[in-house]
Design a protein around this ligand. Sequence first.
Ligand code: TRP
Length: 327
Amino acid sequence: METVVSGIRPTGNLHLGNYFGAVKNFIKMQNDYNCYFFIADWHSLTTRPNPENIINSARTILAEYLACGIDPEKATIYIQSDVKEVLELYLYLNMNAYLGELERTTTFKEKARQQPDNVNAGLLTYPTLMAADIIIHKAVKVPVGKDQEQNMEMARKFARRFNSMYNIEFFPEPASFTFSSQAVKIPGLDGSGKMGKSDGNCIYLYEDAAAIRKKVMKAVTDSGPAGMNTEKPEVIQNLFTFLDIVSTKDTYDYFNDKWNDGTIRYGDLKKQLAEDIVAFNEPIRERIAEYMANTELLDKIARQGAEKARESASKTIKEVRQIIGFR
Ligand code: TRP
């Protein structure tokens, strides 16, 4: 079975856009591949998080991914900092990563601009750590968003460089597996095209019925159809995209007909949409709450994941030491 690795940046809670993008993709992949999913807590140190945030956000992310259906029996889910072998590979890769190429990375330049008083070496070597995360398990596929393309190119370059340096076909070149092209794009509620992490724009998976209703009722609309069978403007199309995802076909057709004959009432549509989102969210929300109330279980799952990940990582590292000349 082919090996898949992906890292999860520990920034905030999952929302519906994440669910129908990365998360659903992970859930599908865990059936077909040997998957390693990890919470990238070392990567998060590039921006000076405080200590409580580190453990709490790792637990939250773990709880949310498990609640969505990541199955620790199928996929190995772990916390990056539990697998120290990655650091050793990171060091080796850094010895053959050049200042020029690291400085040219767009994400580095962007971060350097965002935090000019903290342009640290971890930021600079973010791509080598990411490469180590991936090739430590000899992964061949990496599900990532489009924004990670350059980091993925670097990972392939570092894998190739190691191989050619020691004249051995050791690390496979990891291919990006971009899911965003097939995934349904969940629109935002503020009229923007995409659901992102801003409060009025997104519905988090942990949110309850009252919170969801309030947000949906506030979603941006317009003054209504200008006539019969007109084209839907983006903000309205967004609501229909939502209906298409969470509601029945009958519901969708009902409101679509109302749009076409010009009698639609957005309030009715939103009420229905809110109820259908609540129904979709509710089981996930309940499972998140259950996991969050059981840190013992969460810690146990993380421990077991780390054990499995370390098995694979230590095998690679032993071989790498041999190849480099540490015997
Ligand atoms: N850089 C990725 C992001 O920002 C997170 C990440 C870290 C990652 N290590 C990885 C993704 C390894 C895939 C594989 O989203």
